[in-house]
Write a protein that binds this ligand. Structure first.
Ligand code: SF4
Ligand code: SF4
Length: 117
């Protein structure tokens, strides 16, 4: 079991998750297939130790325990495992941090994916 970053992270990439991960298992995609691997961070599920730190740290509420990923984001579980198969194309995420989203920003992001918590 692992924690999964969903597409709610796409283009947000606040990196708060990487800042609190004790085992540096959160990555950016550095390959050319941006359609397959969109602009978000990825947890390597084979390296995640389930410490739970990242889930509450994400200001976009984009991280879920694998068993609790909402159905609308289920393809992102497969994407996380696909990432683990191609880890040579990923690099450990640098912590850069962006602006903190407002509640309205978070809800607007949810609406992009027809997601209602
Ligand atoms: S903190 Fe959330 S939005 Fe930011 S990079 Fe991590 S998963 Fe993505
Ligand atoms: S649960 Fe812990 S080990 Fe797993 S990605 Fe999040 S911070 Fe890293």
């Amino acid at each position: 079991m692992a924690y999964i970053i969903t597409r709610l992270c796409v283009d947000c990439k606040d990196t708060a998750c990487a800042d609190v991960c004790p085992v540096e298992c959160i990555y950016t995609y550095e390959g050319d297939d941006k359609e397959a691997f969109p602009n978000q961070l990825y947890i390597n599920p084979d390296e995640c130790i389930d410490c739970t730190n990242c889930e509450p740290a994400c200001p976009w509420m984009a991280i879920f325990e694998e068993d609790e990923v909402p159905s609308v984001f289920e393809p992102d579980v497969d994407l996380a495992y696909a990432m683990a198969e191609q880890e040579e194309e990923f690099e450990i995420a640098e912590v850069t941090r962006g602006h903190a989203p407002t509640q309205t920003d978070v809800e607007t992001n949810y609406a992009k994916y027809d997601y209602t918590p």
